[in-house]
Design a protein around this ligand. Structure first.
Ligand SMILES: Nc1ncnc2c1ncn2[C@@H]1O[C@H](COP(=O)(O)OP(=O)(O)OP(=O)(O)O)[C@@H](O)[C@H]1O
Ligand SMILES: [Mg+2]
Length: 266
C-alpha cells in the first residue's frame, strides 16, 4: 500500500508539475496513469519511490508514514520498490542473469560484491528469469535479445528484490503492440500473484482499459479521473487528453468510442 496525501511538486524552475493530490494505491491492484505528455505522470511516479521529493504533503507506505523522512526510510522504501523503465536501463554487454543480479545489490554492502555470489541471490535470479520465460536465455547478452525480451529481463530485475511495490514508467512505449500486450500481461500477472501495489504510466488507452484495475487520469498536474476502466467514458477521456471541462463524475461508458482512441493517440 502507498498513500499520497496532499502531495504537490513544484520544480526549481517554479513550474508546479503536480497540484495537491491525495490518493491510495492498494495491494494487488494495477493502477494505470493516463495523461498527455507533460501532464505529470512521471513526476507522480518518481514521488512514489522518492526520486522526487514532495514540495508539500507526503508519500507514505505500510512501513513508513513519510518515505523521505530520513535517508534510512528512503533506502528501505526503495528496497521494497521494484522499478521498470521505458528503455530497460540494462547493462548492454552483460548477460540476462548478470543484469537481474544487479537487482540484489541494494541488499549488500559494497564489499559484498568483491566476494563470490550468494547461492540465495543466484537461485532468486534464476527463478525470476524462469518466471518471465527467459531461463533458457540466462547467459545471453541482453543486447542480443529482442526489445520485449529485454523488458522481461527488466521485470525479472525488479522482481529479484522481492518488492512490495512495482512502479513502471511507460514500460511498453518502445515495443510493438504484440510485445507491449505480452509485457503488460506479465506485469498484471505478477501484480496479482505477488499482491504487489503496482502503478504504471501508459500512453495506450486501449491497453490501459484492458489491463488496469483502476485508471487515474492526470491533466496539467491534476487528477481529473479516478475509476475503473469501464467508468472511463468518452467525456472522461476528453477531460484527460483534450484539456477541457471539469473532472467528470464516475459514470459507466455508454458505448464504444472511436473518438476516445483517436484522442489517446493524438
Ligand atoms: N526536473 C524538472 N524541472 C523542471 N520541470 C520539470 C522537471 N521534470 C519535469 N518537468 C516538467 O513538469 C511537467 C510534468 O512532467 P512529467 O515528466 O511528470 O510529465 P509526463 O506526464 O510524465 O509526460 P510524458 O508523457 O511526456 O512522459 C512537464 O511540464 C515537464 O516539463
Ligand atoms: Mg513521463
Amino acid at each position: 500500500m502507498i498513500s499520497v496525501s496532499e502531495l504537490s511538486v513544484t520544480y526549481a524552475s517554479g513550474y508546479q508539475a503536480l497540484k495537491p493530490v491525495s490518493l491510495q494505491f492498494r495491494r494487488g491492484e494495477l493502477t494505470v496513469l493516463l495523461g498527455a505528455s507533460g501532464a505529470g505522470k512521471s513526476t507522480l511516479l518518481r514521488c512514489l519511490n522518492g526520486l522526487v521529493a514532495p514540495s508539500a504533503g507526503q508519500v507514505g507506505s505500510a512501513h513508513h508514514p513519510d518515505i523521505v523522512a530520513s535517508a534510512e526510510t528512503l533506502r528501505d522504501h526503495r528496497r521494497r520498490t521494484g522499478m521498470i523503465f521505458q528503455h530497460h536501463q540494462l547493462i548492454p554487454r552483460r548477460s540476462a542473469l548478470q543484469n537481474v543480479l544487479t537487482g540484489r545489490l541494494s541488499f549488500h554492502s559494497p564489499w559484498r560484491t568483491l566476494f563470490p555470489l550468494l547461492a540465495h541471490d543466484l537461485h532468486l535470479a534464476l527463478a525470476c528469469l524462469n518466471r518471465v520465460g527467459l531461463l533458457a536465455h540466462a547467459n545471453a547478452r541482453v543486447d542480443r535479445l529482442s526489445g520485449g525480451q529485454q523488458q522481461r529481463v527488466g521485470i525479472a530485475r525488479a522482481l529479484v528484490s522481492q518488492p512490495e511495490v512495482l512502479i513502471a514508467d511507460e514500460p511498453v512505449a518502445s515495443l510493438d503492440p504484440a510485445a507491449a500486450d505480452s509485457v503488460m500481461d506479465l506485469i498484471k500477472q505478477v501484480c496479482g500473484q505477488d499482491g504487489l501495489t503496482t502503478v504504471v504510466s501508459l500512453h495506450q488507452l486501449a491497453l490501459a482499459r484492458r489491463i488496469a484495475d483502476r485508471i487515474i487520469g492526470i491533466r496539467g498536474g491534476e487528477v481529473v479521473f479516478d475509476g475503473a476502466p469501464r467508468e472511463l467514458c468518452e467525456a472522461a477521456v476528453t477531460s484527460i487528453y483534450a484539456g477541457i471541462g471539469e473532472p467528470v463524475s464516475r459514470k459507466p461508458a455508454p458505448s464504444s468510442q472511436p473518438l476516445a482512441e483517436a484522442l489517446a493517440h493524438a
